[in-house]
Design a protein around this ligand. Structure first.
Ligand code: ADP
Length: 581
């Protein structure tokens, strides 16, 4: 609990005056609650003494009605403020979480599933908000009520008070110790919940593929199992609760019984008045709800602690790829050198690219070819600084890439990935993600180079057409061209096309390649392609096989002797001739 408090200390400090006001209000409300019972006792005594008059009666009615009314009005003020605090905290935690997620490198995204990251931003974050609001409020209010009631009971008779409430704390303490055992089930439940979220997310994302392959039933079974697991694990916790929760009622009934029995004896012995006994029993009655609430809240500490652990497990991750102290700026470059670079993905145990050495000169167009799985994407993605290389170094103008500001390196590069990530926004907004401050001219230029102009005419509202989720309203080729336009609007020093021309026809590919030459004369282009026509005009072609460079040269040079490039090229043009026939 101390840990949770320390994690949220900044929020308590920020809102300390509101918290002080709320706590004072709660304590005030908990104190005024004890008065109606006192009034009733006084009136009962007046009745038994035969001294009740109209004045006393009016005072009693005013007291019985006035205090609850005051409590209601104060409660309204309190509820408004506590809910505001809760929402404020959720908003801030979410902002922190999302900002942090953007700072994390790809290793985290390899380790945690989307569903898990979402569960931490919903369920676990809500529990933290509960801690900062209802939890603290409940502790203050219920403790205040219990103390106020016990003080009033002690004033009536200390011995009666001791006898009546003696078993209550013992029972609560014992129950909470039993409930602590639930902790490990709750942790498991949170993991099961995260798995269920991931399953539901996957089904929603993959709905078209699932339908196309008629896998609805299988997918439903898988998702249903995840949901059943979630419900079952929750049932287990509920069952646990249902055994131990009602036990307290039994203990409470015993306390009430002692109160009535011993209290009546004290009335007979004239140690207390009848009115006092009624007031006393009302106070015993008043203790029940706060004790149960307090016990539940203390029991919630487990849940809150687990949520705190889960949430801050992500918040405490330090990215491996981060700016060094005094990182250098870079806006342009003359030469990038890969020097014996090897790289393995964090959770693999083999190098995907091995001992790679080559240079990229500013203004060059470099083609990269090789069989699927050879490591082409992995190689060019090294320029995105998603991970640190495992060995060797990448030098930009003689300086290790790790010495430059990550943001600057990102700014150098315009990357078009194999999977086109499009957002549910208009076409121009999707392009502007590449450069939100781009002028109309720049947007038009990017559209021209990407050969996307013709597509705009076929879209119902041209550039303002809303792209459906994941770009599902566009064809594969349109998605690729839109993604290329997005990278180009940035006018990047290095354009990385990661097999980004695979879904366009030969003529469009030719147009894009020639426009790239025309508009990006002094800039660098790195093109990964399966079709040789996309890279044959490159200044340098790298052939990558099984993570190693097996050949480097121009198209002409590579065709001058027998090698993988030549055999694949001839195979491809033969196939094209056959297709044309
Ligand atoms: P290519 O672009 O040549 O098809 P990739 O660079 O995509 O090849 O993949 C090279 C190898 O790296 C493959 O064996 C692939 O399974 C593996 N790989 C790619 N991405 C990851 C990843 N995120 N984690 C682990 N292995 C990966």
């Amino acid at each position: 609990m101390k840990k949770v408090f320390n994690h949220l200390k900044w929020f308590f400090k920020e809102n300390k005056y509101i918290y002080i006001a709320i706590f004072s209000l709660l304590l005030f409300i908990s104190i005024i609650q004890v008065f109606p019972a006192k009034f009733l006792g006084i009136v009962i005594d007046k009745i038994t003494e035969g001294s009740l008059n109209y004045q006393n009666l009016i005072l009693l009615i005013l007291g019985l009605f006035g205090f609850p009314l005051m409590k209601y009005l104060l409660n309204r003020i309190y509820h408004y403020n506590i809910h505001r605090l809760g929402h404020d905290l959720l908003f801030k935690l979410r902002e922190m979480y999302i900002t942090h997620l953007f700072e994390l490198d790809n290793e985290t995204y390899e380790k945690y599933t989307k569903g898990d990251l979402i569960a931490r931003a919903t369920n676990d974050m809500n529990n933290l908000s509960i801690f900062a609001t209802s939890f603290i409020q409940s502790i203050v209010f219920n403790t205040g009520t219990i103390i106020a009631a016990i003080v009033m009971m002690t004033i009536i008779n200390p011995l009666l008070t001791l006898a009546s409430v003696f078993f209550m704390p013992i029972a609560i303490f014992w129950l909470n110790r039993r409930r602590l055992k639930k902790r490990k089930y709750y942790k498991k439940h949170q993991e099961i919940y995260a798995n269920m979220t991931e399953n539901v997310l996957e089904s929603i994302e993959g709905v078209k593929t699932i339908r196309a392959y008629k896998q609805e039933e299988n997918d439903f079974k898988k998702t249903k199992k995840a949901i059943d697991d979630d419900v079952n694990s929750w049932w287990y916790i509920l069952k646990f609760e249902s055994i131990y929760g009602p036990l307290f009622e039994l203990v409470y009934a015993l306390c009430y019984f002692i109160g009535i029995g011993l209290g009546s004896y004290f009335v007979i012995e004239s140690k207390i008045s009848t009115g006092d006994l009624v007031t006393f029993l009302m106070y015993v009655g008043m203790l029940y709800a706060p004790l149960i609430n307090l016990s539940n809240m203390l029991n919630n500490i487990n849940t809150i602690n687990i949520s705190d652990e889960r949430f801050f497990e992500i918040m405490d991750i330090e990215p491996n790829v981060k700016d060094i102290d005094e990182a250098i700026d870079v806006f342009k470059f003359k030469e990038i050198e890969f020097k014996n670079v090897s790289f393995k993905y964090p959770f693999d145990n083999f190098d995907v690219i091995k001992n790679i050495t080559f240079t990229i000169k500013c203004g060059e167009t470099i083609g990269i070819v090789g069989p699927t799985g050879a490591g082409k994407s992995t190689l060019i993605r090294q320029l995105l600084r998603e991970f640190n290389v495992s060995s060797g170094e990448i030098l930009i103008d003689g300086n290790n890439i790790e010495n430059y500001k990550i943001e600057d390196v990102h700014n150098l590069v315009g990357y078009v990935p194999q999977d086109h990530i499009l957002f549910r926004r208009s076409v121009d907004e999707n392009i502007l993600i590449g450069n939100p401050t781009a002028s109309i001219n720049k947007i038009n230029e990017a559209i021209t180079i990407a050969d996307f102009k013709k597509d705009l005419n076929s879209l119902p509202q041209g550039i303002n057409t809303l792209v459906s989720e994941y770009g599902s309203s566009l064809s594969g080729g349109q998605k690729q061209r839109l993604s290329i336009a997005r990278a180009l609007v940035k006018d990047p020093e290095i354009l990385l096309l990661d097999d980004s021309l695979s879904a366009v026809d030969a003529l469009t590919e030719k147009n894009i390649i020639s426009k790239l030459k025309e508009f990006r004369k002094d800039k660098t282009n790195i093109i990964v392609a399966h079709r040789f026509s996309a890279i044959k005009q490159s200044d340098k072609i790298i052939v990558l096989q099984d993570g190693k460079i097996t050949d480097i040269g121009t198209h002409k040079e590579l065709l001058s002797y027998d090698n993988w490039y030549k055999s694949q090229y001839l195979k491809q043009i033969n196939n094209e001739v056959l297709e044309d026939e």
